[in-house]
Design a protein around this ligand. Sequence first.
Ligand SMILES: NC(=O)c1ccc[n+]([C@@H]2O[C@H](COP(=O)([O-])OP(=O)(O)OC[C@H]3O[C@@H](n4cnc5c(N)ncnc54)[C@H](O)[C@@H]3O)[C@@H](O)[C@H]2O)c1
Length: 273
Amino acid sequence: MASDSSTFPDRFGGKVLLLTGSASANESEVLGFGGATAWRFLREGGAAVVITDVQDEIGERSAESMREAGFQATYLHHDVTNEDDWLSAIERTVADYGRLDCLVNIAGIQDTMQIADTPLETWQKVMDVSNVGMFLGVKHGAEAMMKSGGGSIVNLSSMAARWASPYGAGYAASRAGMTHFTRGAAIQYAPHNVRINSVLPGWVKSPFTKWIWTDDKLSKYRTDRVPLGRWGEPEEIAAATLFLLSDDASYVTGSELLVDGGVTAGFYPPVTD
Ligand SMILES: NC(=O)c1ccc[n+]([C@@H]2O[C@H](COP(=O)([O-])OP(=O)(O)OC[C@H]3O[C@@H](n4cnc5c(N)ncnc54)[C@H](O)[C@@H]3O)[C@@H](O)[C@H]2O)c1
């Protein structure tokens, strides 16, 4: 069942994908964006995925579940704020699978406090994982892609890049940084046939948000503010990400794709009395 690719198009034949922050990729558990993206990439003909994270036990189990399903998959320990980790993850990907065609920068952490309560170290850490991680990924990932004629990179930002809240100012600022960096990077690497885009998810059920969607009150507060009337699923973020990674998006670079059920389109719910 898991290796049945018959219902999917063959968009990624022979291609190799590396995803950061993607340990949660075991289909018998709650999937992260990386996990949902990796599985569908493989089912759409991808040659191999390299899932990386700092949660080694979960990541190893996830890669094993993909191999058991008949796919080529490797898990690597990879702290995205560490340049040596980036260099060795890319070197190992190319050594094992011959090339790097696609990269998704997914690693992220949250700060949930108001500015007055946020320690500098927390602010710095959020910036480092979102922005330093993405910078190193684009720098070294694009270099590897250029060696095999080009590729595609997606930076997983957030609707928080567009829409501020009374909490998590560091997270929102780091996510806005991701979308703007994406534009500059897209311009720089377009002549080398490397496309770079960002995806801006809304509220999606994943390990990242489990503390919210398992709490009835916190969950309903959000559902009530989504014009489509529900939380998103990791597979819906994967679908948008894979569109941008694929040749279906061959003329798309420097763009940002909102996948938020309409939350940031305007005021909602309507005032009725
Ligand atoms: N789930 C949502 O509603 C939502 C909405 C908007 C944006 N996002 C963003 O999407 C991304 C993916 O989140 P997800 O929903 O798949 O949840 P997730 O928790 O499965 O993924 C985030 C991963 O990042 C990893 N990580 C943290 N610090 C790291 C580091 N220094 N190096 C490498 N990996 C590190 C974590 O271990 C975790 O596995 C995050 O960047 C998050 O900010 C999520």
